[in-house]
Design a protein around this ligand. Structure first.
Ligand SMILES: C[S@@+](CC[C@H](N)C(=O)[O-])C[C@H]1O[C@@H](n2cnc3c(N)ncnc32)[C@H](O)[C@@H]1O
Length: 277
């Protein structure tokens, strides 16, 4: 997979040389290229921003440098035979970044990131490139950062670990929180390692039982408990078909009932009576 990042702070992307992404680069699994947007300015001050039309506070990033930068990056990628570019535009007004979107992006051979500063990029830049390739405007959370570089680091790491051959154990993201498979898109429960006792704290006995069925059941129950506590919205959205009989029993103990009017039938809603805390 090829990744291009155009930014006014190339040094902010240094962490892409470290750990999982760094190793994927070293192994040739990821081809990451970071570009300084100011290389495409033509004035003495390397200006990339200007005052907003319509007035108001803050500055807006100019079309000129972004257009030239993206044209150059695209021409280079096509020349080296990379197909299928997609533009990833970090912005708090984008769609939420989720594991599902990470999985979707990991299927693209080439992602081009446009982390902005100031009040963002002149809208015409996104509109222009949207006529040529898929554009994903993505928010990493309901808060406002000073710039999009941290969002690029977040998105890159989430996408890179899904690429075949990047994680040591290909199975290790199967049971992650939000994974559509075994955990039905819910949260992963607690995990433990040696020693078995630490500061008088034991680990749950079932984990020492060697009984795979009981361990799997315990893990599912912990998933349901933790999701109920921290992200009840995920249980409300959970497709009923992904839950087995024991899951339903546990959900009932945790205060959930199938919603008779739910769509599809069997979705859960939270009772307020006799709920186990
Ligand atoms: C100060 S913010 C601009 C905020 C903009 N005025 C707004 O309210 O939508 C500057 C840049 O930081 C990045 N950014 C800030 N918060 C972000 C978030 N939650 N997710 C992704 N990118 C973000 C984007 O690249 C954005 O253009």
């Amino acid at each position: 997979m090829r990744l291009d990042v155009v930014t006014i702070f190339p040094e902010y992307l240094e962490p892409l040389n470290v750990s999982l992404v760094g190793k994927a680069r070293a192994r040739g699994r990821l081809d990451v290229r970071v570009h300084d947007l100011r290389a495409w300015t033509h004035d003495r001050h390397n200006t990339v921003d200007d005052t907003p039309y319509g007035g108001g506070p803050g500055m807006v990033m100019k079309t000129g440098p972004w257009g030239e930068a993206l044209d150059t990056v695209l021409a280079d990628g096509y020349e080296t035979g990379t197909g299928g570019p997609a533009l990833v535009v970090p912005t708090p007004s984008g769609r939420p970044f989720t594991q599902e979107l990470a999985l979707h992006l990991s299927g693209h051979p080439w992602l081009i990131f446009t982390p902005a500063r100031y009040e963002g990029i002149d809208r015409r830049v996104v509109d222009e490139y949207a006529t040529r390739m898929p554009v994903y405007e993505v928010s990493i959370g309901d808060y406002v950062l000073a710039g999009g570089e941290a969002a690029v680091l977040v998105i890159t790491e989430a996408v890179a670990r899904l690429l075949p051959g990047v994680l040591g154990n290909a199975e290790s993201h199967r049971d992650d929180s939000f994974a559509p498979g075994a955990m039905a898109g819910l949260l992963e429960g607690p995990v433990y390692t040696k020693p078995p006792v630490w500061r008088d704290r034991d680990i749950p006995e079932v984990l020492l039982s060697g009984h795979h069925g009981r361990i799997a059941r315990w893990r599912r129950d912990e998933t349901l408990r933790r999701t109920t506590a921290n992200r009840p919205d995920l249980i409300e959205r959970c497709a009923p078909g992904t839950l087995d009989k024991k899951d339903r029993e546990m959900l009932s103990i945790l205060g959930w009932s199938p919603d008779p009017d739910g769509e599809p039938y069997g979705r859960f809603w939270r009772r307020t009576d006799g709920v186990e805390e």
